[in-house]
Design a protein. Sequence first.
Length: 317
Amino acid sequence: MYKLINFLPRLLLLVGLMASQSLSAAEASFQPTSTGWLIDDNHPVVAVDLQLTGENNLQLKTVNALLEIQLEGDWKTYWRSPGDGGIAPKFDFSGSENIKNVTWSWPAPKRHNVLGIDTLGYKGNVNFPLTLEIVDPTQPVLLKGTLTLATCTNICVLSHYQIELPFAVDALRIDPRISLSYREALANVPIKLDKHTVQAPIHVASTHWNNQHQTLTIELDKKSPWYHPDIFVDSSAFDLTGYSFSAPVTRIENHKLIAQIKVTSWDGDINLNGKSLQLTVIDKDLSVELPAIAGGGSSTGTLWSMFLIALIGGLIL
């Protein structure tokens, strides 16, 4: 009995040391997967949070992240092409370490009119899926940079949020809540189509650029009926920076949508002929993005449709 009693303090000490080591190991393996809510004290109606889902693809060397933005009341922020006014969100991640690129995916925008100016963007809560491309997944990663976000009502405010999130890819654990939010956000991003897409739901039948009237006419064929379509036109081409594409004047002929869009620029008259464009097409059962070349040709039917649309929209001068 004496020997057993004498041994108990040593046993308790050993158990305590093991528990302490386990706790230290757990603390060492723990890493934050979110910046937490970031708020500009001078503009508290907006909050942003960048979160890691915990999911990664070692073959592609990518990690999924979600940028969540909460906007109070009538405050709005912008799409990648903000329309006639506004500034698109921008994330400068140049302070990062072991990150090659950050790909930003954009949910389909809504049209908003602010003081007679048409803008494209989001109200309320909006989630942007991000893909982080890692240089070496076996090494520590630091996501660091500045998120610049413009928000507007009848006034506009430009805010800067400092993002800093260190992590190790092999220590990430999937967060079911963030992972679900990421997938829901991804579902709101238009599906990208190209000429190799099999059984695409729509395709560009033709485009025509009218240099005299500075208008772009687009014909889209859809396998199913059209309901209440909208088309957002933009371009990643540097020489088209600052171009503004109006809301389309549309006409539906069976499964064909003909849209005429006024194009303007602060530099005055422009020539879109031969320029590469991105068409984001939204309808009741459709949300896609597809490429087009302005002035890619037009049939006799297209020219007749253009004339009818011009009469309807009062666009013939």
